[in-house]
Design a protein around this ligand. Sequence first.
Ligand SMILES: [Zn+2]
Length: 370
Amino acid sequence: MIKTILAAIMGLSAGSVAAATVYTGDKIQGVPVISQLDVTDLAPGQTHRFMFRSAETSIGQYWYVPVMVAKGATPGKRVLLVAGVHGDELNPIAAVQETLTSLDPARMSGTVIGIMGASTPGLQGITRTWTINDLGGAQINPNRTWPGRENGNTVERHSWLIMNHLIKGNVDAAIDHHTGGTGTDFARFIFVFADSAESVTLARLFPVDQIMLDPGYPGTLEYALVQAGIPALTTELGGSRTFVPEMVKLGVDGNTNVLVHYGIIPGPLRPTSADTDVFIGNDLESVNGAAGGFVTALVKLNQAVTKGQPVAVQRNAFGDIVHTYTAPADGRVAILGTDAATERGGAIATILVKRDSCAGKQCDYGDVDE
Ligand SMILES: [Zn+2]
């Protein structure tokens, strides 16, 4: 009985938000290490830098995540900006850095928290996955591990610690920045949970070409946040591995608009989706390799396509066409494969589609790895 009560109390405390920022006493490159954040503790009117300590490594050390907190002189909404859940998606790093460094907290009402690279080993290796030592190396997709598990594997625990010791209790709205994975290129695109009206409002503040009203993809940070009562969206800022100025600007403009929207900083708004010819869809149709060989795309990102229109051809080693790929539905080109040598099942194109309704399994939502 006592054990049961104790377990219940511990269960409650495990999920609750601590009342104070916990400093471990360590510094890394001069930056204080924390294992718990509570923004109410921090001095107002300043930008604070931390290294957030997450899960243990295989050699008994820790993984750390760089965090900036711009705390306004007066209280207000608290917005989280995340980059680097996927370690090969780098435009988001610059977009979060530029947004944070542009702020003057002495003139802000509210707080902006930046996570400048969530998946430390993924970023070091410029790779989408996080390899754990299980059975000689299992590759984990970090954006399928949220909201994490306290006693899960390293990546699941890392996500759990970020969700419970960094985000919950500190955040009123969040933007999780991504790009296409290595080997693909993405249009200026946002995923947003269709049933979260405030999240959709935030999505429209980004000057993107396409918005996907999504069903909630389990394991993504975006969906875990929405389920935790925090409006959120996922951006796709072009392609991987490099800084592309126009894509970084897209992220900074959208972030800034969200801060203006919540009154954290003064306006005016920068360009929004009202200034683009935004296409809003609710389904994705993926075209995947039906053969092996070299692919030539016949369409460009964001191009309008009609069902049956050729979108790519594939050739064998002798240059003979072995397959012609066609659009499976009317829509806009959201993703294109960029690795010309393409295997069976590989990404060739994904089309954003607008259906009257997704009821009755009319939408398959593609096989996109958000
Ligand atoms: Zn991603």
